[in-house]
Ligand binder design. Sequence first.
Ligand SMILES: [Zn+2]
Length: 252
Amino acid sequence: MYKKEFFEHSVVFSIRTFREDDLIVKFLTPSQGMVTSFAFGGKKSRRRFPGCLEELSHVIFKVSSSKNGNYLYLQEGILIDRFSNIHKNRSLYGMAINCQKFLDAVLIGREDVRGIFDLYLELLKGLNNGLFNGMGNIPIFFRARVAKELGYLPRIESCNTCGRLLSTQWEVFFSPKDGNVVCGRCASQKNGFILFKRPAFELFCASFLGSPNDWLRFKTHGEILNLVAKGIGLFVETHLGIRWDRGRFRTK
Ligand SMILES: [Zn+2]
């Protein structure tokens, strides 16, 4: 490892005790990706880390590497937001942690993740401000949007077989395996498709292309959410090789 020092916006993912007052902190940063670092004396030092060493906190951390470059340690932190409303509400907290676990699984080995960092921060702000109350499928939309940021976007503009544009079609057939869509005429003989009627297809597209605030207009479409969730789940499982299993995301 080379010697480095950085001062960056971060979101805390996890904290565990290393020994006595020392902690090991895992956090997400825009330019370094997932970072694991020591916080020496972190359990006691309220002066250097005021309110910073808590899951989900948005913090600016000053990080240095040890003399021999073998490990990183936190010098200090500035708390931006601890998202206290999320901590008070089990359902919001569950959504935030689910998205976090997904990032933890898909961002291994990736450094420049600015787009995804901004997306996660926007999601946390929305959850904290009560924008997504009662929208339990938000983590599914989030997975779709992250997949797109990582370069996995289904081909959704036109029928993969005949090339017809699908912007006005009432029925669209999505193949999670192939990551593309076909029109009703071309889908007749094929299996393994998910039928999206227009509103479901629009939600599906918005999951991949929109921002968390765009998902708000789908608040009332309760009946189509499960179908869209199924399509996104299968797409992510097939193309990113990640699926949810007994409380965590696993790679296939
Ligand atoms: Zn077609």
